[in-house]
Design a protein around this ligand. Structure first.
Ligand code: NAD
Ligand code: UD1
Length: 337
């Protein structure tokens, strides 16, 4: 298949481009580079020995997206092109709603015009809100408490409505749990701008000496050791899940919803200790107050993706810690040489 990967220069997108190319698919990337650099794609090309067609384009811009579809024979779209910082979304709601919702609408509009009807969407476990654990695809969604989460809920609804009236459409809504780690080579990985919000990039920056110590946001949750519990998933497992999903859309119509997680919860301190053990390092940390908006514990019921996609996360927490550190060590400034 020839896949348009919107947001393909970013963290999850670049790993997915690599796996798509290795599986024999052709890749066209559209990215406005608001949170990435083309160096990630150059490295994917070097790792795979294959070419990527790249458009520097904003996928909320209908004219720009129309140009891509008129120049390329696209069979399906994977849409990663979202803004993803939860705190920033509270401060800049208009920017977040515009970027994350209009991008979905624009892609749908142009796809419809060109008879392209396979859409894989980057959703998030955040759409479950504070539901019972484990999160199951059949659950009713609860409020997410921030504009970022709401843009994911809205995009899911838009895609469901579009698929309902277009019986030839097939849509996969992939709800990611917490992606971490990097490609085994250490050549591509997560390159956060500024101070990282998420746990693993913060830990790797402490390990490299860029930050003094980790702030653990709360140790009084009703969890195994009082710290927050999440379902961390290796980004390469996640990338492979996308390839299975887009291939599944060739066989099946309608809307398919899958959790992409491991099904196992890991606490902040368990992750820190796994990182220390895997890499022979010490991570200094201090406990602070809980972070506003955080949930104590969540993890996936990952059985549906295994049953229907034949996909299961294979990599361990040690693999995630080793690969995250390998990337950070080799690229202390991220993609900046
Ligand atoms: P990322 O920021 O590394 O990648 C997103 C890419 O999209 C970037 O390259 C950015 O430049 C591009 N982009 C953003 N808006 C665009 C636009 N309007 N037009 C063109 N390009 C645009 O983020 P990521 O971690 O790779 O996440 C990818 C997707 O997965 C996002 O939609 C995110 O919300 C979702 N997601 C991420 C996580 C996570 O923990 N990383 C968890 C759940 C869901
Ligand atoms: C965050 C987002 C979520 C998004 C996800 C993936 C919030 C409130 N939620 O989820 O919507 O889908 O990222 O992008 O931002 N932690 C620390 N110290 C740190 C960083 C994190 O103790 O410096 C703890 C957190 O309290 C949490 C765990 O580590 O218990 C994981 O945090 P994080 O990586 O930010 O992911 P989420 O909070 O799950």
């Amino acid at each position: 298949m020839r896949i348009l990967v919107a947001g393909g220069a970013g963290y999850i997108g670049s790993h997915t481009c690599l796996v798509l190319l290795e599986a024999g698919h052709d890749v066209v990337v559209a990215d406005n580079l608001c949170n990435s650099k083309t160096e990630s794609l150059r490295r994917v090309e070097a790792l795979t020995g294959k070419q990527i067609v790249f458009y520097e384009a904003d996928v909320t811009d209908e004219t720009a997206v129309e140009k891509i579809f008129s120049e390329q024979e696209i069979d399906g779209v994977i849409h990663f092109a979202g803004l993803k910082a939860v705190g920033e979304s509270v401060e800049q709601p208009i920017r977040y709603y515009h970027n994350n919702v209009v991008s979905t609408l624009t892609l749908c509009k142009v796809m419809q015009r060109h008879g392209v009807n396979k859409f894989v969407f980057s959703s998030s476990a955040t759409v479950y809100g504070e539901n019972e654990i484990p999160f199951v695809e059949t659950m009713s969604l609860l409020p997410t408490t921030n504009p970022y989460g709401e843009t994911k809920v809205m995009s899911e609804r838009i895609l469901q409505d579009v698929a309902n009236v277009n019986p030839d459409w097939s849509v996969a809504l992939l709800r990611y749990f917490n992606p971490i780690g990097a490609h085994e080579s250490g050549r591509i990985g997560e390159d956060p701008q500024g101070i990282p919000n998420n746990l693993m990039p913060y830990v790797t920056q402490v390990a490299s000496g860029k930050r003094e110590y980790l702030r653990v946001w709360g140790d009084d949750y009703p969890t195994v050791d009082g710290t927050g519990v999440r379902d961390y998933i290796h980004v390469m497992d996640l990338a492979e899940g996308h390839v299975r999903a887009i291939e599944k859309l060739n066989e099946e119509k309608g809307v398919l919803i899958y959790n992409l997680g491991t099904g196992h919860g890991v606490s902040v301190l368990e992750l820190v200790h796994a990182f220390e053990k895997a890499n022979g390092l010490t991570i200094p940390y201090q406990v602070f107050e809980r972070r506003a908006g955080d949930i104590a514990e969540f993890y996936a019921d990952a059985s549906k993706a295994e049953k229907e996609l034949g996909w299961k996360a294979e990599r361990t927490i040690e693999d995630m810690c080793r690969d995250a550190w390998n990337w950070q060590k080799q690229n202390p400034q991220g993609y900046e040489e």
